[in-house]
Design a protein around this ligand. Sequence first.
Ligand SMILES: NC(=O)c1ccc[n+]([C@@H]2O[C@H](COP(=O)([O-])OP(=O)(O)OC[C@H]3O[C@@H](n4cnc5c(N)ncnc54)[C@H](OP(=O)(O)O)[C@@H]3O)[C@@H](O)[C@H]2O)c1
Length: 237
Amino acid sequence: MTEPRRVLVTGGNRGIGLAIATAFRDAGDKVVITHRSGTPPEGLDGVICEVTDTASVDAAFTAAEKLLGGPVEVLVANAGVTRDGLLMRMPDDDFEGVIDTNLTGAFRCVRRASKAMIKARHGRIILISSVVGLAGGAGQVNYAASKAGLVGLARSVTRELGGRGITANVVAPGFIVTDMTEELPDARKVEIVKSIPAGRMAQPGEVADVVRFLATDAAGYISGAVIPVDGGLGMGH
Ligand SMILES: NC(=O)c1ccc[n+]([C@@H]2O[C@H](COP(=O)([O-])OP(=O)(O)OC[C@H]3O[C@@H](n4cnc5c(N)ncnc54)[C@H](OP(=O)(O)O)[C@@H]3O)[C@@H](O)[C@H]2O)c1
């Protein structure tokens, strides 16, 4: 039986983040999720965090460390948004806002987590990207750029901190059944499913299982990798 790890999942109040947090908790780990408002889901500890705000990220980590009884050993940077629109009509705010949440938000969390990980000479960093990060997406220049940026972030962390027992990996989900995909028009969903070799969207738990694996000792020599969980949608990238 391995020791329970101290895990922080950003945006863990719903969707993929909630599935990830639940999977770690059910495996016996100590888990704190971040949420922006309200109360955390039943059975999980939560701290308030707005990832676009460095002070909020710092305060959330400090509060999480208290709840966990020590520094974060496994960081899952999952919080993310879409603000889709065609390139020619996309306002600066929609581009910058998505980058600030999805990419800079992850950077803020990784930077805050890294200090204790370096000291402990151990850490697991998992960034939730998207198939769109490598394949691109029409109407998603902001989202795709933010998700591609996570690859450079994880790989640079791997080069900087790989010698200190820290791994940094990217998980790139395809289409997963959550509020984010629920927003898509039905006709678009049918089109999407047709393009997925697996012939279906995935459940959030299917992403969670891969994230959990990356945090295990068995995955200790995997770093700087992009692991697709997309039913074959992104093959070839
Ligand atoms: N669903 C998919 O098909 C899919 C595919 C590929 C990648 N992904 C990625 O997987 C991650 C989770 O997606 P999901 O489908 O579970 O999305 P979701 O259901 O829309 O949940 C997004 C989560 O991120 C949080 N969040 C958003 N902006 C934030 C901010 N500025 N500060 C702090 N938290 C913030 C949300 O908090 P609130 O509840 O407060 O809004 C929520 O907890 C995202 O990074 C997404 O890009 C999803």
